[in-house]
Design a protein around this ligand. Structure first.
Ligand code: CUA
Length: 373
């Protein structure tokens, strides 16, 4: 008996420690409520619509859950077999009044909850009109390609979506274009676009065009993440939305439309064509690369490689030198190769990184390591 009590107590302590560990683990700076990826802290009207629906439903569920558990405990204790009692419980079959009520009450509750749910679904599915920013999002393995569609715009970027505050952004989500020979299709798997502070998630399905809209209340950076398992670097398929004032946004668009250097100069400068960067990347503003991000304004971005590395000298040259060791890419058909295995030296990788940092920036401020490179 004592043994059993001991064992129970130990199991209880272990469970308490485990629960505390899991709970506290979510309290860190990067993973806590301020992780910029919190659907419970909406930063725009679409995300708020979802929370406004979720919150009352959560409390309805809490009330119903508590009522059911309390009733279960009450019945179990009230009608339990008492010591010395040797009677069978009353034998019943069916109770029409009870059965009707426990069918009708939940049906009514669900019918009432369906009204705002359906209204929200329709409202979120409605395409915005008026002043709207239109962007086509192509989900790649494993990064996000953003192409601004509005006439005369022609901005092409990767992983980093700039939007004006208070303006609806209409996204067309798609998989990579079909190509031949067919192995290209190996790149087309299902992803899911999710920036929790700005709206719910939407699957990106190869061969289909999906619609999702975003809007941010105030300037800030809102982080996102691919939310559908899509292979080895699913966790490394992140993105950031940078919301800024209309004036700042307009200035950003203008900066991205202008070439910092000519396409030819960039292609020549980056590797003297030796490593074939331009086979996959584009160095011309507004133009998509064959399979890889447009690099004409790489140095203007905060992060790269699926938004997992900050754009700086160290990260960039190591990436150029041996990308697969920095982001698992397995046997993907097309990915940034390990150039070190093909004979690239560290000095060459550093030279390429410095060239990109200096020549693809709207306002270049090359790092000290690049002096003389
Ligand atoms: Cu893309 Cu997970």
């Amino acid at each position: 008996m004592l043994d059993r009590t001991h064992r129970l107590r130990r199991a209880g302590t272990t469970a308490a420690v485990a629960i505390a560990a899991v709970t506290l683990a979510s309290c860190g700076d990067s993973t806590g409520p301020n992780n910029k990826q919190n659907a419970l802290r909406p930063a725009g009207k679409y995300a708020r619509q979802i929370l406004n629906l979720t919150e009352p439903f959560f409390w309805i569920a809490v009330v119903i859950g508590l009522a059911v558990v309390s009733a279960t405990f009450y019945v179990a204790l009230r009608f339990r077999e008492k010591p010395g009692e040797e009677r069978a419980p009353k034998q019943v079959h069916g109770n029409t009044a009870l059965e009707i009520s426990w069918t009708v009450i939940p049906a009514v509750i669900l019918a009432v909850m369906a009204v705002p749910t359906v209204a929200t679904i329709f409202s979120l599915a409605k395409k915005p009109t008026g002043h709207v920013v239109n962007v086509t999002v192509t989900a790649r393995q494993w990064w996000w390609q953003f192409h601004y569609d509005d006439p005369g715009n022609g901005v092409e970027t990767a992983n980093e979506l700039h939007i004006p505050v208070g303006v609806p952004v209409s996204l067309t989500l798609q998989g990579p274009p079909a190509c031949s020979p067919t192995p290209c299709y190996a790149n087309g798997v299902i992803h899911s676009f999710w920036v929790p502070a700005l709206n719910g998630k939407k699957d990106v399905v190869p061969g289909r065009k999906q619609f999702l809209k975003l809007e941010a209340d105030k300037p800030g950076t809102y982080l996102g993440q691919c939310a559908e398992y899509c292979g080895l670097s699913h966790a490394n398929m992140r993105m950031r939305v940078i919301a800024e004032s209309q004036a700042d946004y307009d200035a950003w668009v203008k900066s991205q439309q202008v070439a910092t250097r000519s396409e030819a100069a960039l292609e020549r400068g980056v590797d003297a064509q030796q490593w074939g960067c331009a086979t996959c990347h584009s160095f011309k503003p507004g133009t998509a690369g064959a399979v890889a991000p447009n690099l004409s304004h790489l140095a203007d971005r905060t992060a790269f490689a699926g938004d997992i590395y900050l754009v700086n000298f160290d990260n960039l040259w190591r990436w150029v030198y041996d990308a697969p060791s920095r982001k698992p890419m397995g046997n993907l058909e097309q990915h940034m190769p390990n150039f070190s295995a093909a004979g690239m030296t560290q000095a060459e990788a550093q030279k390429i990184a410095c060239f990109l940092l200096t020549n693809t920036a709207t306002n270049p401020s090359p790092p000290p390591e690049c002096a003389g490179k």
